[in-house]
Design a protein around this ligand. Sequence first.
Ligand SMILES: Nc1ncnc2c1ncn2[C@@H]1O[C@H](COP(=O)(O)OP(=O)(O)OP(=O)(O)O)[C@@H](O)[C@H]1O
Length: 915
Amino acid sequence: MAELRGPIVDVGETRSVSTQYGERDLAELTLRPERGQAEPVTLTLWGKWSEIAEYAQTGMEVLALGVEHEEFRGEIQYATAGDSRVVIEPDYLVNVTDVRSWVQCPRMHYLNTLSGVPLNYPVVKGTIVHEVFSDLLRGGEVEAAIDDRVAEVGLDLGLLDRDADEVREDVSDHARAIDGWLSQGTLDGGDEWRSEQTLISERYGLKGRADAVRRGAPVELKTGKNTNSEPRFQDKVQVACYALLLDERGEPPDTGTLLYTKNAALDRNEESGDLSPTKDFSLNDGLLDYVLRERNHLAAMAVAGEIPTGYEANATCNYCFEQDTCMVISGRLDQESKAGQIGEAIPEGERAYFDRFYRAIEAERGAVHNEYAKLWTQTATERADADRALIDLEPAGEIEVDGRWELRARCDDPVSKIREGDVVLASDGHPVRGNAEMARVVSMGEEIVVTADEPVELRRLDVYPSEIGADRMLTALHDALLAGDESQKDVLFDRRDPAFQDIEETFIDNNPAQDRAVRRAVGAEDCALIHGPPGTGKTYTIARTVRALVERGERVLLSAFTNRAVDNALDALRDQGFEEFVRVGTEHGVREDIQEHRLESRGDPDERAAELRNAPVVAATTASCGSRIMREGSFDVAVIDEASQLTEPATLAAVTLADRFVLVGDHQQLPPVVQSADATGTVETTTATDGSGATAAKTMDGAGGATSGIADLSRSLFERLIETHPEAAVLLDTQYRMAQRIQAFSSDEFYDGRLRPASPAVAGQHVSDLPGVTSDALPDHLQERVTFVDPDGTVRGNTNPAEVEAVAEIVEAYASAGVARTDIGVIAPFRAQAAAIRREVPDVTVDTVDRFQGSAKEIIIVSFVATGDLDSPIFEDFRRVNVALTRAKKGLVLVGDRAALATDERYARMVEWAE
Ligand SMILES: Nc1ncnc2c1ncn2[C@@H]1O[C@H](COP(=O)(O)OP(=O)(O)OP(=O)(O)O)[C@@H](O)[C@H]1O
């Protein structure tokens, strides 16, 4: 028996042949083993595996396990045998719950992903019951667990107008079933339990979280009823997926258990059938193989970017309770559908827009899947070097707190993308092959603290990629196009120019441009754009705009790309004496001093819901605008900061919640970060022969051309609208940050020379203004506000050691002249260079441009790294330079190779200006 893996070079036809066992189907795939490096070989798929030929495409990766091989005329030929399993695109991790809905109906699976799960009682109740289940598994007491878990979702219940007591009663019935079953389990001698286990299979391309694993066998809890003796088919499918996941970890389980908790609440006199809540069933190979084939079909369509029609399965539309929705969406998008179409299609332009963005979003999802694959295709050191893992941690204890585990470890060099509040994979050494748990980072530093449901020996933390961004963009696209307001769509799709009312009032009396911006925003009948170059008081203007709108009786949604910007805007509102806002966000996401305004989910349903419904201003990131809670809301105006950093669908998540919108941003600074197009050099680029890179490349191909889709996502709605409707925009032209000498280049290059300092004091500021600084102690060139240093270095990979040394010397010179180290910032294009500099200059903020956007320092040193030429995509987008140069208030030092920079006329102009 052999294992075979490689990309498909040819897919043969399925045909039927007579064998000694009767008529059998077969199909041949031609693969290139060794990840495409070896000579092609033939794999014959027998029986049901031959179905693969109907959807597999050239270029897709195949993993065939337990196949037979024999030599025939000097060539080795492979064929599936009784125990074989074949996996298409094993690096594409399909969610177990997606396989479940796919089996019910592939089209329903697609529609659910598109429309997202709305806030509804069955879902909230399901969550409560599942949480209670976990609590009981961890030894909790029933009543306490119910009280606690019901209280926890007070907000959701309030928005659904549910009474807490009734919900508690409702949940008790389910909890009784769980409790009864658990006590039965312990009767037959100590059960070995594990709740909520995160499982990833690199072999079968699956990921999921099993409700529980008992003695190595999966247990799934369902809050519905089932009075048949057999579990529901799609439920079995789900459990079988967990079995495959467990199979990879060693002992394959032979029994699965479903727990239908509603059965315990049924009245025996009224219901007939099998009322016992637990149904065990056998996990035979036939079922596991079937589940894997369905998973394959799903993965193949996703990777090819194809949209399911419903014909892929033999689901019966007549009995489907989603038939109407299905027909309406199919009709509106004019998509082929087994259920048929009703209604009129949306205009062609909108459909084309939908298709383009759908493909681009799926390409993003493909990029996320590439990140998953790196969990096992890269070594620990490679992960650490890419800042995606902290490795070689030394466990420093674990304690149980309120049923959860607090895990500690020591780390010498805690430099990575992982931040406090992030959800990560904590493992005892390997995130997939070892013992791993989802954990939340509580604190980062030499001692790392995380919390998890189960204890793990904490030796490694990995960034856990998330598809939620892609999911949220899809639902935003759905909401905007299929449920959006027609008049808003007319403006978004350029069928009508935005309209404005003239507003006479003065809102800001010391800054005419800001004042014009507020008037434009307040008078906008559709939308307004506030274009704010660095330091021009965007935040201040946003706060004034929000107040002006509230004064006029409008209800405002205040949003931004990052939590930091949302909190800054709220801070500015508070400074202006306005505090009637509610902040929606997680405890970890919201800044300490804004916590008192954070909307708690826990508590009395009516009170919680009233807080949200009655607040004149609700603030949340655009990502959380796509949450179930926020999607319930509606506003008069959405004011969205950092709009130039948002993809168009991400902006729509906030825009669709309001009648009108105001976008604030600067398209001359960093554009939206798009992973599927990321070739910036800060992220490792993958080659087509590398298995982990193959998926994205194909996703894009299959999606009908990478560039069309991707160009769309990296261009913000802000940028699109400012180009099509310049009349809707106001440029803030007065900056409060930089010395005149520092702002000059940026102003000329990016803002038609329109930027000017707010006052003589701003214009003339100098390093000697800083307390305790004697500028005489500085070498002559550092007394200049802008200077250029060429240390004559040589680039090595993404670092330049001579520049590291030069930067360290410059920092020391400033420090010895009395400049506080915290007033100095260093910017480098590559993470590797930033890390090298960081080691030399403690207490100084050193980072890439992306991390510096939105902040400023008294002194900024930029290391350009490149020597010889500027041959890296990172130098292509000159807007990065704009961001780097405009972080400095009093001193800016450019460290680079004159010759390399001279190869591009824009960089050459920059050097000329700096010298
Ligand atoms: N009209 C104004 N009068 C007085 N001070 C102002 C005015 N507008 C802005 N400022 C001040 O200028 C500084 C920068 O303003 P703000 O933080 O709003 O800028 P920003 O454009 O949001 O900055 P960034 O480019 O970092 O996003 C703040 O200290 C703010 O108080």
